[in-house]
Design a protein around this ligand. Structure first.
Ligand code: AMP
Length: 190
């Protein structure tokens, strides 16, 4: 059983690598961004609540995110573990995740952090914006807000896992297959 936090700024390649990891290890992909977008598409109350934060590039409040993740973990049976993608994004979320997993007799195996320079992130997000239909991928101001929010509010989460000796940093620039190989060698060492 592996429970992995795949960490990095928007545009780091977390979604791309998660897709490959769930296939190799039979893990459950838990992307809070994808879950919110699903709610948005279905027009649920949660989706409507999240929309105003998401479209501006701000974080959805912790209690909303944590509740949604808790539901997803509780309803997932027979898994080899989870890949957390885009979660936790604050230290409070990281603490809540440790508690939730503890309640299910699980723990985080490790955090893998993809490092990508800001200029490359911006290019990648804008490129994705041509096909993603995501409002938050479309303009410079929103992309800049998301990167700033990451630096101010999310980066401390790496310190949280570093304090538990669970952090491994990986260069997120290069060929998808090469980055994937590096990630799998970290996971295989858990
Ligand atoms: P993502 O697809 O991970 O880039 O997430 C898209 C947007 O969803 C973010 O910019 C936030 O508005 C919201 N979101 C996703 N995950 C979280 C989270 N863990 N905490 C707060 N907001 C989140």
């Amino acid at each position: 059983m592996y429970n992995i936090v795949l960490f990095g700024p928007p545009g780091a390649g977390k979604g791309t690598q998660s897709e490959k990891l769930i296939q190799k290890y039979g893990l459950t992909h838990l992307s809070t961004g994808d879950l919110f977008r699903k709610h948005l598409g279905e027009g649920t109350e949660l989706g409507l609540l999240a929309k105003k934060y998401m479209n501006e590039g701000h974080l959805v409040p912790d209690e909303v995110v944590i509740g949604m993740v808790e539901d997803k973990i509780s309803e997932t049976k027979d898994t080899h573990g989870f890949i957390f993608d885009g979660f936790p994004r604050t230290t409070a979320q990281a603490e809540a995740l440790d508690k939730m997993l503890g309640n299910h007799k699980m723990e985080i195996s490790g955090m893998i952090a993809l490092e990508v320079p800001q200029e490359i992130l911006k290019e990648r997000i804008k490129e994705r914006g041509k096909t993603s239909n995501r409002v938050d991928d479309q303009d410079d101001a929103k992309i800049n807000t998301r990167i700033k929010v990451y630096l101010d509010e999310t980066l401390p989460v790496a310190d949280y896992y570093s304090g538990q000796n669970k952090l491994t940093k990986i260069n997120g620039v290069g060929k998808i297959e090469e980055i994937f190989a590096e990630i799998t060698s970290v996971i295989d060492s858990y």
